[in-house]
Design a protein around this ligand. Structure first.
Ligand SMILES: [Zn+2]
Length: 401
């Protein structure tokens, strides 16, 4: 795994520069896939069409006996994994000084990669498909063409391993010590009892390897995703069908709204998992270590104002204010406008903020009265210097260490 760390130091050699934020579209992805056509190691085929008729493409690579199926962005606004896959494809195309990793993977594995399962959702940066169906709740009914494609491919490929690639809310924390869950991992359950058979156990073992690889880069910022059986989800059903399925969720990291740092960690998570499948190092992993990954807890705010001094009816009181950035997609679906919403008030001493201000020795002016679930409109200052201004939900100035 040391070579993987060196590889990460040379990441710019693989990073797909055509993608710079989360808002790339189907046409952008096609340009990236086009580059692979000149490389005979890749096989590309259209697996089917989305509700609005956009192609969903399967990339096959490798000549080994271990079949690994990776699919991304079945939720259209969860783009991180597709970015990491673009980088992975570049790595597989031209591994440079990391030929050994490339050779191991190509000899031992065959990868089936289905990026952007929900191109219609990506087009408008929306979770759901063009029928307003959440594809990941459509396993049984299969009303969405996207869900049918995914399901048929699993039946056809019969993969040993599956990588189910998503993004989660940036408000999740890894355990309760103040770190965001930058990456969360899960071996989804295949029944209500959350039983563990050998299929699920293999997934847990691979996750143990992935966790230890990314802990080196983001110590303490890996969480275990909520372990609850969802009978309508693909991961849970693929696990039941005998594909050892690994869920990866991209969460948040400091000052990385477009997830350009996280995409690298996500790439490392995927690649470490793939290497461990290829060299079978996962077989030595202990499932107990899977359960020691701290569970996700929702303890984060985007901005936390601690110890604010307020007054009501002449009575002074102390209040923590938790604010979350609401994301509103712009008309062209190429960017986001943020609105800071007041989401919790009171004693938030057990909670954390990506940004925090201790307002104990400052004044808080409420331009509009602070109300839960409404946009914030306030100024934090010391009489002369302004630390923070939020105007009708829009952050207009921040001046903290
Ligand atoms: Zn998702």
């Amino acid at each position: 795994m040391d070579s993987l760390n060196i590889l990460m130091e040379n990441y710019q050699a693989f990073e797909e520069t055509q993608i710079k934020d989360r808002f790339f579209k189907h046409a952008d992805l096609l340009k990236i896939l086009d580059k692979l056509k000149a490389n005979s190691a890749f096989n590309l085929r259209e697996a089917g069409r989305s509700t609005n008729g956009l192609s969903i493409n399967l990339i096959t690579w490798g000549k080994g006996p271990k079949r690994v199926f990776l699919w991304s962005q079945m939720h259209g606004d969860e783009a991180t994994a597709t970015m990491s896959i673009a980088d992975l494809l570049n790595f597989l195309s031209e591994p440079g000084q990391f030929q050994q990793i490339h050779d191991l993977l190509i000899e031992k594995c065959t990868f089936y990669i289905l990026p952007m399962v929900n191109p219609d959702g990506a087009e408008v940066f929306n979770r759901r498909n063009a029928m307003d169906i959440d594809i990941n709740r459509d396993f049984h009914r299969q009303q969405s063409p996207e869900g049918r494609i995914l399901s048929h491919l699993r039946d056809e490929i019969k993969p040993h391993f599956g990588f189910n690639l998503h993004d989660q809310s940036t408000l999740w924390s890894a355990g309760n010590i103040g770190n965001p869950a930058t990456i969360s991992l899960l071996a989804p359950a295949y029944d209500e009892e959350l039983s563990i058979n050998s299929t699920r156990e293999q997934a847990m073992r691979v996750i143990v390897i992935m966790n230890s690889a990314i802990q080196k880069t983001i110590p303490g910022k890996v969480g275990r995703f909520d372990d609850e059986y969802e009978p309508r989800a693909f991961g849970d059903n693929f696990q039941a069908a005998g594909t050892s399925t690994i869920l990866i969720e991209a969460g948040g990291f400091y000052n990385d709204p477009e997830k350009q740092y996280i995409r690298r960690i996500y790439f490392k998570a995927i690649l470490s998992g793939l290497i461990s499948i290829a060299d079978e190092s996962y077989l030595k992993a202990i499932t107990k270590d899977y359960f020691s990954i701290p569970e996700n807890k929702k303890l984060h705010f985007h901005l936390l104002l601690r110890n604010c001094k307020l007054e009501r009816n002449g009575i002074p009181y102390k209040l923590d204010i938790g604010l979350c950035k609401e994301e509103n997609v712009t008309k062209d679906a190429r960017s986001i406008k943020y609105t800071y919403m007041v989401t919790e008030l009171g004693d938030l001493s057990a909670y954390f903020g990506y940004e925090e201000i201790n307002c104990e020795f400052f004044n808080l002016t409420q331009t509009k009265k602070i109300k839960i679930d409404e946009p914030a409109d306030l100024i934090v200052h010391d009489g002369t210097n302004i630390l923070l201004t939020i105007e009708n939900g829009v952050l207009t100035s921040i001046n903290i260490e």
